[in-house]
Design a binder for this molecule. Structure first.
Ligand SMILES: Nc1ncnc2c1ncn2[C@@H]1O[C@H](COP(=O)(O)OP(=O)(O)O)[C@@H](O)[C@H]1O
Ligand SMILES: O=C(O)C1=C[C@@H](OP(=O)(O)O)[C@@H](O)[C@H](O)C1
Ligand SMILES: [Mg+2]
Length: 176
């Protein structure tokens, strides 16, 4: 029997992993999981609280521990990872070993606009920033992280993605 298909979305914060992940899971009739939500449930703390109480280093260890558990589940699902997840503790290799990784490569201007319009207080990396600072922070994150995101098996470039587009890429990948 074929192993269950696990799809893991990666990309910058604001690229739409959580939003598109839910849509994709509905279209595929798969379970949807958000890694940040699973971390919050596992440690009974909100993400900003984890950052402020314990710092980013401890958050990254919690993130890897939670990711390892999800990747061990023997069922199909779509997982929205956190923006930094693939870039620490060799997580991208862990993901690629067990799942089909998909990089949502969205233009920085679109991400900046989305983050300005959304609740920044839930995103510790952008706390207290105005629009110029958000754009600069995104540029610096992209420079550091692009290498890891580009290890994904599928890359979708643009600002809006459909389940159909991903399905055709998946079929192409599975055939080759
Ligand atoms: N395709 C899209 N077009 C416009 N806004 C979007 C789109 N996808 C997500 N958003 C908005 O952008 C913000 C970030 O999306 P989210 O799914 O939380 O991204 P991520 O999980 O990658 O950080 C949210 O406010 C969401 O409503
Ligand atoms: O980019 C990052 O390092 C982070 C992104 C967040 O997830 P989203 O990418 O879903 O916003 C969350 O995991 C945490 O705030 C750290
Ligand atoms: Mg998210």
């Amino acid at each position: 029997m074929n192993p269950p298909l696990k799809v893991v979305l990666v990309g910058l914060p604001g690229s739409g992993k959580s939003t598109f992940g839910k849509q994709l899971a509905t279209a595929l009739n798969f379970q949807f999981y958000d890694l940040d939500t699973l971390i919050e449930e596992r440690f009974s703390l909100k993400i900003p609280e984890i950052f402020s109480r314990y710092g980013e280093g401890r958050f990254r260890d919690m993130e890897t521990e939670t990711l390892e558990e999800v990747l061990s589940w023997d069922r199909p699902y779509v997982l929205a990872s956190g923006g930094g997840c693939p870039c620490f503790n060799e997580n991208m290799s862990r993901i690629n070993e067990k799942a089909v990784s998909v990089y949502l490569d969205v233009p920085l201007e679109d991400i900046s606009e989305r983050l300005e319009a959304s609740k920044i207080q839930n995103r510790p990396l952008f706390q207290g920033m105005g629009s110029g600072e958000i754009t600069l922070k995104l540029k610096s994150l992209q420079a550091d992280r692009d290498y890891y995101y580009n290890m994904a098996k599928i890359k979708l470039s643009g600002s809006d993605f459909s389940a159909e587009l991903l399905l055709s890429e998946l079929i192409h990948l599975l055939k080759n």
